[in-house]
Each structure stands twice: as structure tokens, then as C-alpha cells.
Design a protein around this ligand. Structure first.
Ligand code: SF4
Length: 244
């Protein structure tokens, strides 16, 4: 029941698309070529989509029928907390509340905007929302400090594209999950990822019993998705609050 090519989610859902670049990780953002193909300007801020808003209800019904919770990467083509989407976000929170069989995975590079954009009944965090930040190298580690202050059922970091070493230190205790992966961009523009950077993150995750999903790496010129680090598949998810 997975239609996304992104290995850690079942589906992607984009109530809006379009964004603005905010850091090095955005340099070769994949929404650029996708949106230009359909005649849209990708980096002039978010635009509300029209045909996708009913999808969560369809997935929610399927999840209820099968008893298998589904992960929904929300805003894979934008940033959920982009201020340009402030007028539409409350409708999304309402859908999230109604779709109790889905887990909404929300990843941002703007954690400083999260707190004032949470719904009033957020409390300790909706049980079906996983909140994450991108950290592409050590220069962005403060994003985790901001995330750590926000109550959430699951907190995660996406270290993709991993552009330099990242050392979490004691901060890792605030995390449930880490994703690693190299830059998935055209060959001529792709920036490299050292396996040692991945090993270091793996070792920190293992020492703190934090789940790790190694999404992709290059083997020569081939992009590889088998999740292997030193011959061992490292693709796992955190324990859902609904399984506790
Ligand atoms: S924040 Fe995400 S969607 Fe927005 S430009 Fe950066 S990589 Fe692309």
C-alpha cells in the first residue's frame, strides 16, 4: 500500500506546493524540475493545490479497513510551516484530527515558525503527527534545539542531503528517529556524502537506541536504496505511540 518512491513513507500529500530556498540543503531542491515541467514557478512561495485535499480520507478508510497505519509525508513539495501557507494550515490540522488512522510526517527547515502555527489543542502533540527538521550539516544543528522545545509524539531529523559531518551529542536524547541520505540530484551538480559521516550518525543512534533509516547512497555512479551501512540494512522506524 505504498505509492511513494520515498522509502520511509507510504504516501506523500501536498495541500500546497512551491517554496523559497532557505539553506544549502535547498540548493538543488527536487521541486524545481517537477514544478517547472507543469509550467509552475517553484520558488515564489506556496500555491494551494486543488485535487489532493480528499486523499487523506481515502487513505484513512483503507488504513481502518486493513488495520495498518499509513505514514503520510505531508508537504513533500513545500514546507508545511512556510508563512505563505498560513491561510490554509488550519484546514490541514482539521484533516489530521479527522484521519486518526494515518500518521502525518511533517518535515521543516523552518522550526522557528512551528510554535506559533500549532493548533490550540496541540497539548503534548497530536499522537498522529511526527515532527522533524532537516539538518544537512553541523551548521544547522540549532534546528534540533528549536524542535526539542516543542512537544511532539515523535521527533525526527532528516540528514538528507547529508552535506557534512553532524554530531548530535546529548541532543540525540530528544530524538526518536534519524533519516540519512546523499543528495539525489543530477550527476553534474550532486554534492558528495562521506560514508564516515553516516557511520558517525549510526553510532550515535545506536548508543542512544534511536531508530535510523538510511535512505540512499551512491555506489560508484549508481544511486542505491538498499539501506546498507557496512553490509547491514539500516532502515527502521520509531515505535508508534499507537503501538505503546
Ligand atoms: S525548504 Fe524544502 S521544499 Fe523548500 S526549497 Fe528547501 S528543500 Fe525545497
Amino acid at each position: 500500500m505504498q505509492d511513494s518512491k520515498i522509502g520511509w513513507t507510504h504516501h506523500t500529500w501536498n495541500p500546497w506546493w512551491g517554496c523559497n530556498k532557505v539553506s544549502e540543503a535547498c540548493k538543488f531542491c527536487y521541486i524545481g524540475p517537477i514544478m517547472r515541467r507543469s509550467g509552475n514557478e517553484p520558488f515564489h512561495g506556496p500555491m494551494r493545490t486543488t485535487t489532493t485535499w480528499k486523499m487523506p480520507f481515502i487513505w484513512d478508510r483503507k488504513a481502518a479497513e486493513t488495520g495498518q497505519r499509513l505514514r503520510i509525508f505531508t508537504c513533500s513539495m513545500s514546507d508545511f510551516f512556510h508563512p505563505g501557507a498560513d491561510g490554509w494550515r488550519d484546514e490541514v490540522w482539521e484533516i489530521i484530527r479527522r484521519c486518526a488512522n494515518l500518521d502525518f510526517l511533517i518535515l521543516t527547515k523552518r522550526p522557528e515558525l512551528i510554535l506559533e502555527r500549532l493548533p490550540r489543542d496541540w497539548g503534548k502533540g497530536y499522537r498522529n503527527v511526527w515532527l522533524g527538521v532537516t539538518i544537512e550539516d553541523q551548521s544547522q544543528i540549532q534546528r534540533l534545539d528549536l524542535l526539542a522545545k516543542i512537544p511532539a509524539a515523535i521527533r525526527f531529523v532528516s540528514a538528507e542531503p547529508l552535506l557534512g559531518p553532524v554530531r548530535f551529542g546529548r541532543r540525540i536524547e530528544k530524538l526518536d528517529w534519524v533519516i540519512t541520505g546523499c543528495e539525489n540530484a543530477a550527476k553534474e551538480s550532486r554534492r558528495g556524502m562521506s560514508t564516515d559521516w553516516v557511520r558517525s550518525i549510526r553510532d550515535e543512534c545506536d548508543a542512544a537506541s534511536v531508530s535510523l533509516f538510511h535512505k540512499q547512497y551512491f555506489q560508484g555512479t549508481t544511486l542505491t536504496f538498499d539501506g546498507l551501512i557496512d553490509g547491514v540494512v539500516r532502515q527502521s522506524w520509531p515505535r508508534s505511540p499507537f503501538a505503546r
